[in-house]
Design a protein around this ligand. Structure first.
Ligand SMILES: Cc1cc2nc3c(=O)[nH]c(=O)nc-3n(C[C@H](O)[C@H](O)[C@H](O)COP(=O)(O)O)c2cc1C
Length: 190
């Protein structure tokens, strides 16, 4: 295999997408789209996330120290893309049709149509020059009860259809292109 050297990027390293749910200081929900999400071990499974720059999600998490991470599926993709391309500073951002519920353990907004909702509490904020790394305890996971069936993992994943992303492109669980960033949600833009 012949290699070429490149500047920092993560193309061809697919990531799972999540919508982070937070409340602002008035109790209004905000959702943003995130892919810099992975896991840590500290006696039990935890989560680690990075938020770059200033955004409403960051402000809300720094204030409340809790948020939800909702797995993005193909059914949610147009809404997810819209929420990832629209800043929370836009007062009309959340005026779209969303089925929003509440966490079971933490006071966080969740998306009822997402089959996996993590309820996360931040234990460590690591503030960098223009980014924030957060280490989190998983306080609860709300999971679609149909995922406890006897189907294979492949059948379950094909059914819920989580979306991956790399190279500014959305991909289905089976690797089919679902559009570029900014495309699936463009009709929701006001
Ligand atoms: C596909 C996709 C993935 C994204 N992943 C991240 C991420 O991991 N970290 C981040 O800081 N911003 C990420 N963003 C940008 C935020 O979703 C975007 O800034 C959004 O407007 C934040 O909303 P808010 O202002 O309501 O928090 C991503 C955007 C897209 C389209």
């Amino acid at each position: 295999m012949k290699k070429i050297s490149l500047k920092p990027n993560n193309d061809f390293c697919p990531q799972t997408l999540f919508l982070y749910g937070t409340y602002d200081e008035n109790g209004n929900p905000d959702f943003g789209l995130f892919c810099w999400f992975s896991y840590i071990w500290d006696g039990e499974l935890g989560a680690m996330c990075c938020i770059g720059g200033n955004k409403t999600t960051r402000e809300n998490i720094e204030r409340g120290k809790i948020f939800s991470a909702n797995l993005v599926t193909e059914e949610l993709l147009n809404v997810a893309d819209y929420l990832g391309c629209t800043s929370g500073s836009d007062p009309d951002k959340m005026k779209i049709d969303l089925d929003i519920g509440k966490g079971e353990v933490l006071n966080v907004p969740i998306l009822n149509n997402s089959p996996v909702n993590f309820e996360l509490e931040v234990t460590d904020f690591i503030t960098k020059h223009d980014g924030l790394v957060m280490l989190c305890k998983i306080r609860n996971i709300l999971q679609d009860e149909s995922l406890s069936s006897d189907e294979s993992v492949e059948q379950k994943l094909s059914r819920i259809a989580p979306v991956k992303t790399t190279a500014q492109t959305y991909l289905s669980f089976n690797g089919k292109t679902l559009g570029g960033w900014g495309e699936p949600g463009k009709d929701l833009k006001k």
